[in-house]
Structure formats: structure tokens, C-alpha cells
Design a binder for this molecule. Sequence first.
Ligand code: ADP
Ligand code: MG
Length: 307
Amino acid sequence: MDEFDIIARYFAPLAGEGAFGLTDDAAVIAPRPGFDLVVTTDQVAEGTDFFKHDPADTIARKALLVNLSDLAAKGAEPAHYLLNLSLPEGMTPQWLEAFASGLALEQKHWRLSLLGGDTSRTEGPLGIAITAFGFVPQGKMVRRSGAQAGDAVYVTGTIGDSGGGLAIFRREKHTLNESDRDHLIARYRVPQPPVQFAGPLREIAHASVDVSDGLIADLGHIASASAVRIVVEGEAVPLSPPLRALWGNAALLRAVTAGDDYQIAFTASPGLEGPFTRIGRVEAGEGVSLTLGGAAVALPRTGYRHF
Ligand code: ADP
Ligand code: MG
């Protein structure tokens, strides 16, 4: 199969409005009057974000979901995406079929379509880069820079599960039962960003970030962009029972500095209730601190760094 067969067979069926069936040089995005187009890109790499022997459909889903996470954190509804693939020798039709089925599943669930991309051969490992496009009502994208002293800090979902799954893949010793182990591995393979939360978020959030490199590190981005200090109250950070079972007393410190959560951390007025947990507060000052019982806890690192 050459690249044109691959495109026609596996990707053209995923193409939507404006993509011309992936038969032209470029695609068209129709503007929506009264909306801004929000653009984001993220790549996933073999050995870091997924492993060679992960199922192809989960690799595809993760590649797409890490991008939908960024859109959600900005309050944007996903609409389209571009797919750039670097394929090593020997990718089978079965692999490509499963990969495309993973994309199809998420596309259908979140109602977005493929606009185009690029397919090339590589001597190196498999690489997948996706660029996603979404819409927000004009001027309503939620920035990192709006946090104010007096805000509360909230997070969606639970933190650290994916890091736990990765630790298991890296053969860290554990005594989990099968269902707890599977839960954590599933979170690593297929993130669960709260895509449906984009609308409510833009109504309430003053500042927001997608948690991808570690809760503390990503809240640090809000703190610096907003010129405020963020205090995370450790006992309030939501940790899943499987993660507590895996990491015991170390769970909190490891969870808040692990990566790959793809949840949303945001600041807003205190006292709000919804599909999120209050985990701390915004003060005047700078940086992020973690407290337990009111006392600051020293952090060995704040999050994942690529370099
Ligand atoms: P050119 O090399 O002339 O730019 P390509 O051969 O790269 O054209 O692409 C042909 C068409 O297929 C374009 O519409 C492009 O967007 C689409 N395409 C190529 N690779 C992918 C891919 N991995 N996913 C989706 N669309 C793709
Ligand atoms: Mg091209």
C-alpha cells in the first residue's frame, strides 16, 4: 500500500465537511459568525505517551484526546482536526484499520471530523501529531491569565491515575488486584478529558489549564500567567481508590507531579459546586505551594519535563 491507498482506504471515510474527501491540497473551515476559532496541537511519541504494543485504537484515541483536552480547558467545543503521521516500516492493514477505528469512535462521540493531514515514512519510531480546531463564542476563550487573589482552585476528575498506569508499565512492584491495575492502565492508554465541560467552564472559570505535565507544574503556569500565588491543599486533591492502593502514603506527592492526567484545573469564585473538586486557593504572591494540615510540603519536582 502506498500513502494514497492508506489515505483513501483508512482516512477518507473520517473526512467531514470542508475536507473534500481528502482529495485536495487543503481544506476549508467555514467561519461561524459570532465565534472564535481556537487552535491547538499536540504530538504523542512512542515510548513516552504510548508503547509500541499498545492497541492501535487506544493509541489513536489518546492522540486525539490529548488535543481535545486543550480545547476543553479553553472552553472550546471541538469541530475538526488534522492528522500528521510518521509511520515506520511494517505497519499492517490490521494496525491501520484499528487505528482508524479509534479515531472514528472519538470523532463520533465528540462530533468532530478529519480535515486532512500528512503521511510519511520514518526510520524512527511511530509519531502522531494532531492539530485540533474548536469554536468558542467570540472573546470567550478561557486564558491562563485570569486568576485573582480570593479565587478558589478546582480540578475535574481524579489526579495521578495515568501516572500510576505508567508506573505499572514500567514494572514498578505492586499488589493491586486485576481490576485496579486495569483501571490505571486504561487511564494511561485512554485519557478521559472532560470535553463536555467546556461550556460550563467558560461561564465560571477566571483562568484554566489542561493538566498534562503534572498538577503542580500546570497550576504553576496559571500562577505565572496571572501573577498570583496558588496554594494546593493536599488533603483535598481527588485521588482514586486504585491509585491510593498502588502508592499508599506516597500517592499524593506522586500524583500531583505525575503527568498525562488530561483533566482541567481552573480558578473561579469560591463555593461553586459541579463536576469538579475544590483543591485550593489563590493568594497574592507567586508560585505554587502544596500544604498538608496547613504546613508547606517540599516537592522533589513539580511535573514531567520533556528536556
Ligand atoms: P500533498 O503531498 O500534495 O500535500 P498529500 O499527499 O500530502 O498531498 O495529501 C493528499 C490529501 O490527503 C490531502 O488532502 C491531505 O490533507 C490528506 N492526508 C494526507 N495524509 C493524511 C492523514 N494522515 N490524515 C488525513 N488526511 C491526510
Ligand atoms: Mg502533504
